[in-house]
Design a protein around this ligand. Structure first.
Ligand code: ATP
Ligand code: MG
Length: 433
């Protein structure tokens, strides 16, 4: 035997049971987006590298060390597997002139790639849902995108386990003033800084606030606060958002240290966090990014949105035993096809049952074999009912009757005319076709 191959580290296979749970989550999430009038957009998994460098910022964890970047072997073009999708959606919206005729509400879902150290809730290929709302100043649209998150947790039964944190990080100009004060503070404590913090204290001091090093976090407890540098206009926007959230019954905590790991955000930012996942506690993050469209070459366009990782949501559903029974696909009927001469009739029979009962899962036996071995398969499939088409062993004639057999302890069975099989199946399963 040849040596075994395995998946790339940090990139996961989803086996059927898990993939079915994902499908259920995907269906619920996309339904909520649709209810809010958001329309889907799909962009390529690969973009030219400047799309991300210009949007996310040179001095960020993502751009500095997490991107899968490579040169196209044919023309040398610098390309990157998308580490997030806001930048790509903005690129596409500009390229296709989506931002010139009023507001746009868009959503996406798909794989993202970051070269991180794999651990529970942190992978190298992961999947994000996101919404992007263009052309609206807020705070009403900010409240809307937050409300969408709240509704999603409700739909998934996760509301008691997820809390909302918000912060106001001000405008780009506000942050420049703050960056100066923060750099001065960091310079005073340079002996206590770790390497990352030292590297960033001049190039992007606010990134130091995002440090996961507990010693840095302790030191930062006495650092100047961004809130003190934020303009009155921005504060008014933030206060109005809080009032809208309160009116909508959405509880929130203010977290003055919340800065987000991407440079394009401004004013209101938020994260939905949980205690259920250890260090990987953020399930969804977002905020306003009013400067990004212009920064990527479009005309100035106000914007707000969020991205959430489906892996962390699924981990929560699993660890809290909240997986709905309806997530697993069920087989209802197994059609036995006994005898080589009835294969075509067997296919047609299964097909007509699927047409009559579109909501049921119906497996048509393939691969031949004797009655008993097919019946074993039928039981193993989990089906409730076996529909048996059997060629006459003596005459080889095509049968004009079909046998129905309950695959439960009763083993109740009945032979019926092939023309009335649909009605009989309906009777057995207590449903009408
Ligand atoms: P973290 O602080 O955990 O690294 P982040 O700030 O890098 O998160 P964002 O870029 O804001 O995360 O992405 C939004 C969401 O995408 C996260 O809240 C999380 O659910 C998910 N996510 C981000 N990175 C990963 C990853 N490597 N593996 C799984 N999910 C991820
Ligand atoms: Mg990260």
């Amino acid at each position: 035997m040849s040596s075994k191959l395995s998946a790339v580290k940090g990139m996961n296979d989803l086996l059927p049971e898990q993939a079915e749970l994902w499908e259920l989550v995907e269906a619920k999430v996309s339904e909520v987006f649709r209810q809010y009038g958001y329309r889907p957009i799909r962009t390529p998994i690969v973009e030219t590298t400047p799309v991300f460098v210009r949007a996310i910022g040179e001095v960020t964890d993502i751009v500095e060390k997490e991107m899968y970047s490579f040169n196209d072997a044919l023309n040398g073009e610098a390309l990157t597997l998308r580490p997030e999708n806001t930048a790509a959606v903005v690129r596409a919206a500009i390229e296709h002139n989506l931002l010139y005729d009023g507001p746009r509400r868009l959503w996406y879902f798909g794989p993202m790639f970051r070269h991180e150290r794999p651990q529970k809730g942190r992978y190298r290929q992961f999947h994000q849902f996101g919404v992007e709302a263009f052309g609206m100043a807020g705070p009403d649209i900010d409240a809307e995108v937050i409300q969408i998150g709240a509704l999603l947790w409700q739909e998934l039964g996760l509301t008691p386990f997820i809390t909302l944190q918000i912060n106001n990080i001000g405008s780009a100009a506000d942050r420049q003033g703050y960056a100066k004060a923060l750099t001065a503070f960091l310079e005073q404590h340079v002996d206590q800084l770790d390497t990352d913090a030292r590297n960033r204290m001049h190039s992007n001091p606010m990134r130091v606030l995002d440090s996961k090093n507990p010693e840095m976090q302790a030191l930062l407890a006495s650092a100047p606060l961004l809130t003190d540098f934020v303009s009155d206009e921005s504060k008014a926007h933030y206060a109005a958002l809080q009032a809208l959230l309160a009116a909508a019954g959405i509880a929130f905590e203010e977290n003055p240290r919340l800065v987000r790991g991407l440079d394009y955000y401004n004013n209101c930012v938020f994260e939905w966090v949980t205690q259920e996942l250890g260090a990987q506690g953020t399930v969804c993050g977002g905020g306003r990014y009013d400067g990004l469209v212009e920064q990527l070459g479009g005309k100035p366009t106000l914007a707000a949105g969020f991205a959430m990782g489906i892996e962390r949501l699924v981990l929560m559903l699993e660890s809290l035993s909240l997986i709905p029974a309806s997530a697993l696909q069920v087989v209802d009927i197994y059609v036995l096809v006994v005898g080589e001469g009835v294969v075509a009739e067997g296919l047609a029979l299964a097909r007509s049952l699927r047409t009559a009962f579109p909501d049921l899962g119906i497996i048509g036996h393939c691969g031949g074999g004797k009655y008993n071995s097919q019946l074993k398969r039928a039981y193993a499939s989990g089906a409730r009912l076996a529909v048996i088409l059997e060629q006459d062993a003596d005459t080889s004639a095509t049968p004009n009757t079909v046998k129905l057999r309950r695959l439960d302890d009763s083993g109740q069975s009945e032979t019926t005319d092939i023309d009335s099989v649909v009605a009989k199946v309906g009777e057995f399963l207590s449903i009408s076709a």
